[in-house]
Write a protein that binds this ligand. Structure first.
Ligand SMILES: [Zn+2]
Length: 75
């Protein structure tokens, strides 16, 4: 039963992380990302998990809601 306990503890520690799905601006495939829930806007580069091209991810949070936008790195 200690397995379950360990799993719960692990889940609790990622409370500030959110899983979001974005669609690649090149190939249109879905990418699942883990983003950190912070008060400030953040942007970073991420490679598409399908076509490996670079995407720019912009994350903004507003009233606890997360808005994620994706654009091509060469825009
Ligand atoms: Zn892609």
């Amino acid at each position: 039963m200690w397995h379950n306990k360990a799993r719960l503890a692990k889940l609790r520690s990622v409370d500030i992380l959110e899983y979001v799905a974005v669609f690649c601006p090149y190939c249109g495939e879905k990418n699942e990302l883990t983003i950190e829930r912070t008060d400030s806007a953040q942007s970073y580069a991420e490679d598409c998990q399908v076509c490996c091209r670079g995407m720019l991810i912009e994350v903004t949070t507003f009233d606890g809601a997360i808005d994620v936008s994706v654009r091509r790195e060469d825009d």
